[in-house]
Ligand binder design. Structure first.
Ligand code: SF4
Length: 313
């Protein structure tokens, strides 16, 4: 399989580009995700010519404006350079399917970056790094996450699902102008979408019914599709989907086998087993009984098994 292109803060790959000449190597990115992701490393501070080592910068609030300034000398302001650089970078980011940012950085931090008042006192509202803010505003549908937050299994899984889905969208729908490509894509994502939001799934279905209206429907579909996947899937919704899938085995499984699947779904509902357990059973029986409709469903395998992400409640 061709690797998926994902942008990443260069220091997370172990590149010594930080202000102090160090790095922030993220082993999960370099040792696990790198099997599927081809990285595009970017260090905006180095790219605008700040050099390594360099004096540190921080976010400083000037009224309601967020500025990026030298910690010890506020007359050195890098806001405009970082903003311009982010805008210049956009065409190169057109084909990436995700972006992993370094947390807490005044340039790359996506969430809750510390900001200060001109006096040096902390400001009470955390901000987004200057470079990351432009990327977030300009590419709102691009899956983005901070490396630190990838330690949370749910955030990690949600990010990875969205990266793989973005890649699939580009390969399966954008590369094929026929309305049937969108219909087929929606069909394969049915249960995954339902697990995230039944309401949005239905709304997406209404857009698919207008697939032959062309480009604007695809745009609306993808926007809602990404919003749907960004919503965390709850245990209750997974349970509903699992029972729905069970219906496909109505005529092929023995009463005992069905009872055993039901027992596993109940155990998942009671948080005694991981989601992986009922999903693995479903996949197994779908393979044994050649239930292709289920085998084609992304829900049963939204990303490679080796990532082991569904090993959580
Ligand atoms: S956080 Fe961003 S700006 Fe800072 S060293 Fe890492 S890549 Fe460079």
């Amino acid at each position: 399989m061709k690797k998926i292109k994902v942008a990443i803060s260069a220091c997370l790959l172990g590149q010594e580009v930080r202000y102090n000449g160090g790095h922030k190597h993220a082993p999960f990115c370099t040792q696990v995700l790198s099997k599927w992701f081809e990285y595009l490393p970017i260090c905006p501070e180095v790219e605008i010519g700040m050099g390594v080592p360099r004096e540190p910068i921080r976010l400083v609030m000037e009224g309601d404006q967020v500025r990026s300034k030298n910690v010890g000398d506020h007359s050195q302001d890098y806001t405009d350079q970082l903003t311009d650089y982010a805008h210049q970078k956009l065409p190169e980011l057109a084909d990436v399917c995700g972006y992993i940012f370094m947390q807490k950085s005044p340039s790359c931090g996506l969430f809750r970056v510390k900001a200060y008042l001109p006096t040096g006192m902390p400001h009470n509202e955390p901000q987004t790094g200057i470079y990351a803010k432009v990327i977030d505003d300009e590419l709102p549908l691009l899956p983005k996450e901070e490396a630190g937050r990838l330690n949370d299994v749910h955030l990690r899984e949600n990010f990875i699902i969205r990266v793989f889905a973005t890649d699939a969208w580009r390969r399966e729908v954008l590369s094929d102008n026929a309305p049937g490509a969108l219909v087929e894509f929606h069909r394969r994502y049915k249960f995954l979408l339902q697990a995230h939001s039944e309401v949005m799934y239905r709304e997406l279905g209404r857009l698919v019914a207008r697939a032959n209206e062309g480009e604007s429907i695809r745009r609306d579909y993808f926007q809602l599709f990404m919003q749907c996947l960004a919503k965390p899937a709850k245990i209750k919704s997974h349970v509903n989907v699992l029972y729905h899938l069970l219906g496909f085995f109505k005529n092929s499984l023995s009463t005992e086998a069905k009872a055993s699947i039901i027992k596993t779904i109940e155990q998942y509902q009671q948080q005694k087993v991981f989601l992986m357990t009922p999903l693995t059973m479903m996949r197994h029986y779908a393979e044994v009984h050649h239930i292709n409709y289920l085998l084609e469903q992304v829900y049963l395998q939204p990303y490679p098994n080796e990532l082991g992400l569904q090993n959580h409640i």
